[in-house]
Write a protein that binds this ligand. Sequence first.
Ligand code: ZN
Length: 127
Amino acid sequence: MKKPIKICKNPDCGDQIVNYISSKKAYCDDYCRNHHGYLRRLEFNLEFDAHKKGMAKNYKLLKKYVDVGINNEDLNKLLKFGFDPKYLPQKNIYKNRNPSIVYYIIKDIIFELDPQTNHVNIYPKKI
Ligand SMILES: [Zn+2]
């Protein structure tokens, strides 16, 4: 029986793996395996940095509201000011309230997205 054609999983290589013995072989050699691992870590770190930066930017914007005592803003307005809902911390759900309202905590701020009014409620976190 002919062996199926295997292509090296290192995206910078893509060569066909010739004369492999184990069907689990995924790379030409150690270099290709290590290089793919390196690329994956690089990508992960870039995503991680982008997320951290995005959250910091969101926090700065929301903090301005809390600092002047405004606790409610239209989500569309926030988006226009640069708020990016792609970069949010872990989602929380109120257990004894309308379950469709979720809230997030960044540092000393709590904010909730109300899908019914499309508004964001912003509060200082009580210590
Ligand atoms: Zn390779």
